[in-house]
Design a protein around this ligand. Structure first.
Ligand code: FE2
Length: 180
């Protein structure tokens, strides 16, 4: 389950409802999903998408998403460092960033307009929707692996647009959860 830290306030929020309520105040949708039937995190993508088809359909209808896929990133991924470097600087997209975590962990930093930067550690079972235009950046945790369902309105819109603000450099890309 997700964990949220607000470094500037030295606060950590772990309660599921408190996390969802807090993230909602800055426009981030957070849910915990359970599969229709038990599914191995290593199952083929089609099986994963089927196991969560109800939630995916609901989200597609509410957000206008037209496609869903499954992405795998791990230490064996070619050019992993170059890929991660694209997302670890503050950016936004013309497209919502919607991720449901199947396996592994990751760290989103969200930089709201009128609130302090929040670090959200996500793990298996977590759904996060970062609306288009939201300033954010993303890092893997130290195990450097994540498998996630992605939903898109238009995959072409999911290109990072950098702010070059340097804000990201003020925050440590370090996870604090159980399996850091
Ligand atoms: Fe992004």
């Amino acid at each position: 389950m997700a964990l949220v830290r607000i470094p500037e306030q030295n606060r950590t929020i772990v309660d599921r409802d408190a996390v969802a309520d807090l993230l909602a105040t800055v426009g981030i949708q957070y849910e915990v999903w359970t599969p229709e039937h038990p599914t191995s995190p290593d199952a083929p993508a089609e099986e994963i998408l089927k196991a969560y088809s109800e939630e995916i359909e609901r989200l597609k209808q509410s957000g206008g998403y037209v496609t869903a896929d499954v992405i795998n990133v791990n230490a064996q991924t070619p050019n992993l460092d170059a890929m991660l470097a694209k997302f670890s600087r503050e950016h936004w997209h013309d497209e919502d960033e919607v991720r449901f975590i199947i396996h592994g962990r990751g760290l989103f930093h969200i930089h709201p307009k009128d609130a302090p930067v929040m670090a959200i550690e996500v793990e298996a079972g977590d759904l996060i929707r970062v609306p288009r235009g939201t300033l954010h950046w993303f890092d893997l945790c130290s195990d450097r692996q994540i498998r996630a369902i992605r939903l898109f309105q238009d995959p072409a819109g999911w290109t990072p647009r950098y702010t070059d603000s340097g804000v990201d450099s003020r925050f440590q890309p370090v996870c604090f959860g159980a399996n850091v």
